[in-house]
Write a protein that binds this ligand. Sequence first.
Ligand code: HPA
Length: 266
Amino acid sequence: WLWSISNKYIMKIKQFTKYLNNIIPEPPYATIILGSGLGSLPSIMNDKITIPYSSIPDFPLPSTLGHKGEWIFGYINNKPILCANGRFHYYEGFTLNKVALPITISKSLNTQIIIITNSAGCLNKNWDLGDIMYINGYIDYTFLNNNQIPINVPIKINPSKYHTMKKAASNLKINLREGIYTWTLGPTYETAAEIEDIIKLHGSAVGMSTVPEIKKAIELDIEIMCFSCLTNYGAGLHPEKLTHQSVLEISNKTNKQFSKFIQEII
Ligand code: HPA
């Protein structure tokens, strides 16, 4: 039931796709979902066209601070790119299909690859805040699915894409981390006990998004590359108080480097 979808909504998705197709000049090579505070990527895009979610009839609107709610089409290194600036979270009350809407639409628009980004809590004390982590697996820690014990699900990547990403990182002297992203429901941050448990399950990062998008992309058989900007240490790992504001501050600092990294990958 979590992923149930009505025929009416399938029609809506077709309507949204048609609307976007009428505006963008060509299908995007890549779609990039921008996480909290990572919204500066469009500043390096050329020939931009901005399409506010609010201009698309019946399109949902995100409510989280740092999530604008617009599609931006443009070019990076002459490649057509579509950014979703502003994502939907399950904790905002959206169904999982609405959360994954940017993925479904990207598939309908014939995107070749989706790059998913987020801000996340860091669970490895040897890593630095502001580090970028490639997500090579996920843990669904929401307990939405009949209290199943959370397990690590590896994310497949084509070896040449993996090589491209590692090379992009080394060209820019980015110390790219790699690990497992854990999805918690939110909207509050975790308790110290939850973080302890997630570390035992081998989670390296924790956040409230991305996993529904990954699940949808896998279902629709679209290639993905997912990254976390590590903005804070998980609850209980560091004496400083964890706030959305401090998360935004760190992600804003990483923003530029992150944009360069994505450009290098493209
Ligand atoms: N927990 C959950 N979500 C987050 C965090 C965190 O520590 N940091 C940024 N998003």
